[in-house]
Design a protein around this ligand. Structure first.
Ligand code: DNO
Length: 388
């Protein structure tokens, strides 16, 4: 696998020369300033590509070329938005940037309730607390019939929490779930937006009546339209699994398990229609056997995210150290070893040492990710030596 790193563009406080020093070979990035749904122009792609190449690196993967909400809920603008998406794919292909990651999660991308959960060793990691999330859904969003989606045990915990939670904790929960984790990757809500809860509710309203089958239909329609362009310009599209891999806030999620991935790959059975194998997202669903999924889907995988999670008995999940947890990175590295050109990035990292004083995007610390990359590089070297 090729060692890549998610880098947030020229404004990222981590420089490309830093990345060279720690063994990174390729960069994963996006034209973050272009609003979702607009065309990525050739000049801008080439400008960033040249900038990356001047540092002796390559632009290996686009993460992400985001899919506009109206494509996911089949709004009236969907045809125009899909044409724009195709044009961006064409432009990327013409510029030689040929691996493109995206996701098809309605309204909300990845979800965590706590960005600083201290671990026994003193580092801080990301955490999903099921009861706190249910509190957010029931008492902050006040979603109609939300209670019906939670067990009696969780509802009991929500009731307890409602008695003790402070305004500060509520504000932090809102900021974590719909601003901090979302703002830097999808344009729906940005840091500084007034009343993010109101914006969020109006986005949710677009999905009224869209169930699992309808969302699948819309994904299939999108793929049928964009995959021929991807094929023509030599681009490999790779969908990111849903994180977490289960339905939330009454929204369907459709890339969560083996059956979903099977459906997706068969919906348009073309090698350009592939998967981002995000070991972290998949391992945060207790139903997934991550190495078994990797064995089954390796040949349609265009991009790998290496990270691991632990699912706790109460349904919470926590991001584990990269060499621990449910994802079994050693096994995954063996499975992907026969694909030397496959881009891989270590995904997320704890806040380690001075990381916590910096203002990194959640999950994208420097020292924490550097340690993970060193661990993964060691495993790769060992597998290379023994599994020739
Ligand atoms: C969070 C990431 C997501 C992911 C996008 C892909 O850290 O896993 O932002 O990159 O969903 O489209």
């Amino acid at each position: 696998m090729e060692k890549t790193w998610r880098w947030f563009g020229k404004k990222d406080s981590i420089s490309l020369s830093d990345l060279r020093q720690i063994g990174v070979e390729g960069v994963v990035t996006a034209l973050h300033h272009i609003p979702t749904g607009e065309v990525w122009p050739v000049e801008e792609i080439l400008d960033l590509k040249r900038y990356i190449e001047q540092s002796g690196l390559r632009w290996s993967v686009v993460e992400s070329l985001p899919v506009a909400e109206a494509v996911k809920y089949a709004g009236k603008d969907r045809r125009r938005l899909i044409e724009n998406y195709k044009k961006s794919l064409e432009n990327l292909g013409r510029c030689g940037v040929t691996t493109v990651c995206y996701n098809f999660m309605p309204v909300i991308d990845w979800i965590r309730t706590d960005l600083h959960r201290q671990q026994a060793d003193g580092t801080y990691t990301l955490y999903f607390d099921k009861a706190r999330f249910a509190y957010f859904d029931i008492h902050i969003l006040e979603r109609k019939n939300a209670e019906a989606d939670y067990s009696a045990e969780i509802l009991k915990q929500v009731g307890e929490l409602a008695k003790t939670i402070t305004q500060r904790e509520k504000d932090e929960l809102i900021d974590t779930i719909i601003v901090k984790t979302q703002g830097f990757i999808n344009g729906n809500i940005r840091e500084g937006d007034l009343n993010p809860v109101a914006i969020f509710k109006s986005l949710l309203a677009n999905y009224k009546g869209i169930d699992r089958d309808a969302l699948r239909e819309n994904l299939k329609y999108f793929l049928e339209n964009v995959i021929p362009t991807a094929e023509e310009y030599g681009v490999n599209l790779c969908i990111h699994p849903d994180d977490p891999p289960f339905s939330v806030l009454g929204l369907p999620r459709i890339v969560t398990c083996e059956a979903d991935i099977d459906w997706f790959l068969n919906a348009v059975d073309n090698p350009h229609n592939g998967l981002t194998f995000c070991a972290g997202s998949l391992s945060s669903g207790a139903h997934n056997d991550v190495p078994a999924l990797a064995r089954k889907f390796a040949s349609r995988t265009h991009f790998v995210h290496l990270r691991s999670a632990n699912v706790l008995p109460n349904g919470d999940f926590v991001e584990a150290p990269h060499l621990a947890g449910r994802a079994h990175l050693i096994e995954l590295i063996r499975i992907f070893h026969p694909y030397p050109a496959l881009p891989m990035r270590v995904d997320h990292g704890p806040l380690l040492l001075s990381d916590k004083d910096k203002n990194y995007n959640p999950g994208y610390s420097f020292l924490g990710r550097m340690k993970a990359l060193a661990e993964v590089s060691g495993l790769m070297a060992a597998v290379d030596y023994y599994d020739k």
